[in-house]
Design a protein around this ligand. Structure first.
Ligand SMILES: [Zn+2]
Length: 550
């Protein structure tokens, strides 16, 4: 293969890698999983499973346990989980499934289709890309050449194996392409004008009066969705009243000092300083960023809904702050040996590098900045779609552990405890629980954490000890040790912690252990642990140990 075409292939591969990275998540993990030795498929259930075969419903669509297990297995594989990681892994895996399902449902709603020909084209492209890299290596690398010959006979054999593996992934490819079509459709609708570009480079000097939802929420209980909606309504009414007072001539800064719920700016009369549109969006929300370019200097906005309340905005002043090369053009030197490209003022006569005079205008900075802004806006549009889909989605959790984790995260401890106990019963009674990543030690640890949140330390200790009956994970000893310290059982705590002192630990675990030992008055042992941590550091990231699954 000639050099230019090789370079082209590599460039294409890089582009492809970026594209994959942008699509993110699930499918990539899905593929990595299939090429490695670890396989959850090889486990056959024995006895009758008590686990629900459907873990959740997303807008009425069943999520089969098999799909969930697969996502969990692949995420776990990338992490080498300890007992304390499983909650995070399961929520993460389920979250990926939710996103994937919602995007597919949205694509279907928009009547987007992926044909067999689309799939074939994509598979072909992948095979050619991988083959180009392999061919190059085949010529240079004897060990690789021997490997290919021994394993596949020839490069052709390798090609057909690649094709076979991709064909097996046809469903995954279809899903990925459907997402891509949805993305393309959303990207197509995003238009940016030169005016948008100027707005993006404008600095807005703003004041605001913030009326938080929290001010109108009932105290001392977890707010229901109705409470939240009511608080939103009341916040809006209050903001409208404040606006009326401003329209009648009250001073904005003075009213901000009296009424704003933003502690950071209240004393400064609501002064937010100068913000770009991007900063305004991050700080005040999408709605504010949309209204800002149309607000006149001196004007007070309608109440604008932000992340956690309503804002009344006053535009004090604005100034255009274009980049210095805004009106510049991009040149290319036509001298074949030079090939220099550069940005400069209009009307240049010669190449600054070779002083040649055959130069060509190949673009403008303004167009480049427009393209940048457009791709930024496209990304935002896609994120907005995802957020909307998630907000409107009806996600029904059926698997008790998923229900427990969700309730725990939302601070609904009563529901969390009930669901953890339910999951625990399944974990102890169903013969296939461990094969489906349902572990009593994980559930006991979660129950122990929950008890700690509630300040029930005796119960936390009891659950931690239960967990240790099922697993000897260092994390569990550290957890129990910390509870014993809180309970002022110092001798017992020390005994428990010393059990893991000589084990190989993750650096952050070692640090934690050291700090516990120090709190227990054992500076000598803490020092010892810190020295160990120094020694261990170089191995992290270097060596990968085999997957440790209970
Ligand atoms: Zn030149």
């Amino acid at each position: 293969m000639s050099m230019p075409s090789l370079r082209r292939a590599r460039r294409k591969l890089q582009k492809h890698a970026v594209r994959l990275a942008i699509w993110g998540g699930f499918f990539l993990i899905f593929l990595i999983g299939t090429f490695t030795s670890f396989s959850w498929r090889s486990w056959r259930p024995e006895g009758i499973s008590l686990l629900p075969t459907v873990v959740a419903r997303i807008n009425g669509e069943d999520v089969p346990r098999m799909l969930y297990d697969q996502a969990v297995a692949q995420m776990a594989q990338a992490m080498r989980p300890s007992v304390s990681d499983w909650a995070f892994i399961k929520e993460g895996a389920f979250d990926q499934i939710v996103q994937q399902v919602l995007l597919r449902q949205e694509a279907q709603r928009r009547r987007l289709w992926v044909t067999r020909a689309d799939v074939n084209r994509w598979v072909n492209e992948q095979v050619q890309l991988e083959l180009a890299v392999a061919r190059q290596r085949y010529q240079r690398d004897k060990a690789f050449r021997d490997f290919i010959r021994k394993r596949f006979g020839s490069l052709q054999g390798y090609e057909s194996e690649l094709r076979r593996q991709w064909e097996q992934q046809a469903d995954g490819v279809r899903e990925t392409l459907l997402q891509q079509k949805l993305r393309d459709e959303i990207f197509r609708t995003v238009k940016v004008t030169e005016e948008d570009l100027r707005d993006a480079y404008t600095q807005f000097h703003l004041r605001h009066i913030f009326v938080s939802f929290a001010r109108f929420l009932p105290q001392g209980k977890n707010p229901t969705p109705q409470d939240q909606e009511q608080a939103r309504q009341k916040a809006l009414e209050h903001a409208q009243k404040l606006r009326q007072r401003l329209l009648k001539g009250e001073d904005f800064a003075a009213l901000a000092r009296q009424e704003s719920d933003d502690a950071a700016t209240k004393e400064k009369g609501g002064d937010l300083g100068e913000l770009s549109l991007d900063l305004a969006r991050a700080r005040l929300g999408d709605a504010a960023a949309q209204i800002l370019p149309r607000l006149k200097v001196g004007e007070v906005s309608e109440p604008i809904q932000g992340w956690s309340g309503y804002h009344l905005l006053k535009l004090e002043s604005k100034r255009l702050n274009l980049p210095p090369d805004y009106e510049h053009v991009r040149y290319r030197c036509e001298d074949k040996k030079c090939g220099n490209t550069w940005v400069g003022e209009k009307g240049a006569r010669q190449c600054p590098k070779c002083k040649g005079t055959k130069i060509k205008v190949v673009g403008t900075r303004k167009a480049e900045l427009l393209a940048q802004l457009r791709s930024q806006r496209q990304g935002e549009a896609f994120q907005r779609l995802l957020r909307d889909l998630r907000q409107q989605a009806k996600v029904e959790l059926i698997d008790p552990e998923l229900r427990a984790l969700d309730a725990h995260r939302h601070g609904d401890r009563k529901e969390a405890r009930k669901a953890y106990q339910e999951a625990l019963k399944l974990a102890l009674q169903s013969p296939d629980a461990r094969r489906h990543f349902l572990y009593p030690e994980v559930l006991y640890l979660q129950l122990s954490r929950l008890a700690m949140d509630e300040g029930k330390l005796a119960e936390a200790e009891r659950f931690a000890r239960e967990a240790l009956k099922y697993s000897d994970d260092s994390e569990l000893h550290l957890h129990l040790g910390s509870i014993l310290m809180l309970r002022a059982k110092r001798d017992e705590a020390l005994k428990v912690l010393l059990k893991v002192a000589n084990r190989s630990l993750e650096p952050f675990q070692r640090q934690r252990l050291a700090s516990y030992l120090e709190q227990l008055g054992r500076k000598d042992l803490a020092e010892q642990q810190r020295r160990l941590a120094e020694k261990e550091r170089p191995t992290s990231g270097g060596v990968t140990l085999p997957l440790r699954l209970p």
